[in-house]
Design a protein around this ligand. Structure first.
Ligand SMILES: [Zn+2]
Length: 139
């Protein structure tokens, strides 16, 4: 599958969120910040997106993201998605996630790293600006 240019990706996903978030998502994908952590031999995968404040833990199936935009806006129905989840769906569509393999036994250690990264944060100014008019359509 040919990989699209940044401009092509931006226009392709323009309707998924506000232009600011689509741009952030596309840049995260193109900079290899969508990470697929595959644990073997179980073959279970955990996804993270490296943002301004470290790794965000995401689950596109639920969906869930550990960023504060998700917590304050998406969970309240004010936004459809955060840019991490959008980045993850773009990356999986074009097979652009950065894959890293681990042994299943490393999983507890991996979770500890993610958790300590999350706990080390002092809020998240960037993602708290959730006054996004184009993102807050009526439900
Ligand atoms: Zn997020």
């Amino acid at each position: 599958m040919p990989v699209l240019t940044r401009g092509e990706l931006l226009s392709r996903y323009a309707d998924r969120s506000s232009s600011k978030y689509v741009e952030r998502a596309v840049d995260a994908v193109l900079q290899g910040r969508v990470k697929e952590h595959v644990f073997l031999p179980s073959n279970h995968a955990v996804y993270t997106v490296v943002g301004r404040n470290g790794d965000e833990f995401i689950d596109s199936g639920l969906p869930f993201c550990s960023c504060s935009h998700f917590f304050f806006s998406v969970m309240r129905g004010k936004s459809k998605t955060c840019y991490h989840l959008l980045a993850n769906s773009i990356a999986s569509e074009w097979n652009l996630a950065t894959r890293t393999e681990f042994h299943d036994e490393e999983f507890p250690y991996f979770l500890k790293l993610i958790a300590s990264d999350l706990l080390a944060r002092q809020g998240d100014k960037e993602d708290k600006d959730n006054s996004e008019p184009s993102d807050t359509g009526p439900r």
